[in-house]
Design a protein around this ligand. Sequence first.
Ligand code: NIG
Ligand code: FE
Length: 428
Amino acid sequence: MPQDNVTLLIENIGQLITMDGPVPRIGPELSQLGLIDNGAVAISDRQVVAAGDADAVMQSITLDDDAIVVDADGAVVTPGFIDPHTHPVFAMTREKEFEMRIQGKSYMEIAKAGGGIRASVRDLRTTPREIITEKSRQRLDRILMFGVTTIEAKSGYGLSTESEIMTLEIIRDLNKSHPLDLVPTFLGAHEIPDEFQGRTDDYIDLVNNDMLPIVVRERLAEFSDIFTEDGVFDIEQSRRVQQAAREAGLALKFHADELTSLGGADLAAEMGAVSADHLVYISDAGIDAMARAGTVAVLLPGTTFALGHSQYAPARKMIEAGVAVSLSTDCNPGSSYTESLPLIISLAALQLKMTAAESISAVTVNAACAINRGGQLGQIIPGRQADITIWDIADYRELPYHYGINPARLVIKNGRVVVNNRLSGIVQ
Ligand code: NIG
Ligand code: FE
């Protein structure tokens, strides 16, 4: 059947990575890219209508009179990447803490002394909404320019009813005005704010009884997340927060086993969480529980790197145990200040021992599952939203190998070219 109304055609693709195949990818499936040499992709309006071998695609389509034809010039083409764990709404940066850490202070020491997340909270509460919005928008621009087309975005630097709701409203408004799609997460339980120090249970009452009903009533979040960590929220407190969130209709995520082996992964699996993230100190029992529950593991090697730690999440063990593994930047002003998912793929290669193919699965189909979009995003097959990145490389294995640069050339969101990195650059 010829496909009429093709509005955008990508031709001359050296390696077309469709990600056709199992969702999520588990174990050896992570290496399946649905790779087609010499491919083409046809898009009608916002949707992929044909993708595959170039000759077959060309025979099956009719171009619109004013269709745009993009010559990929032998490049690699993938689904737009998905970043399933970001904290993009904040005002000030925390470079002084970064310097304190390289001089020997730990993340937790700084947090306990009133820095860390609480410092970002004090700052966000006193910064005008427009300024926070503008700074966040610039971060989204940078994320998009790195070939990412959808992110999960958390609140968590407000920690009062007013400031948490404002943060989620900023995420909602940016989702409307920015090409990136944002999937919102309520992270009221990110820390215990200054005014509730020593009264964690009272703060949980505020999160559950005051913030959560508004978040749900105003449809401001799909997920509820929590920082389950020694010195922040313990297992029982985390259960209390997440039980209320689940009953109110939110899906669950956890910051789990990041700095200590507290058992957050086990709790996430027990509660049927969609994902558990970080998992540097996950136990063997936690790995088994996540594999059985189908909870996605979102690994954040950029955080380990930027905290200057040497122990990384046991990715290979999780992959062998059948856990669906994903990757993310954790973009935030404290533990991992980067918008670059390609850099995370380099760290995943060197520190998690994940191949380029495994990492591409992790930031496409598996990242989609981590944000409850499995089978909707992360593939270039007919019927899918046309979110596509053309990379400045001829072999996908270059992605982790050429590190510290931006390998994205062209980003297509919903069938429209939204980034052309070739246009920016050196002035002659
Ligand atoms: O994922 N662990 C808690 N939250 C963030 C850090 C946030 C911050 O330091 O501002 C994380 O690492
Ligand atoms: Fe985080």
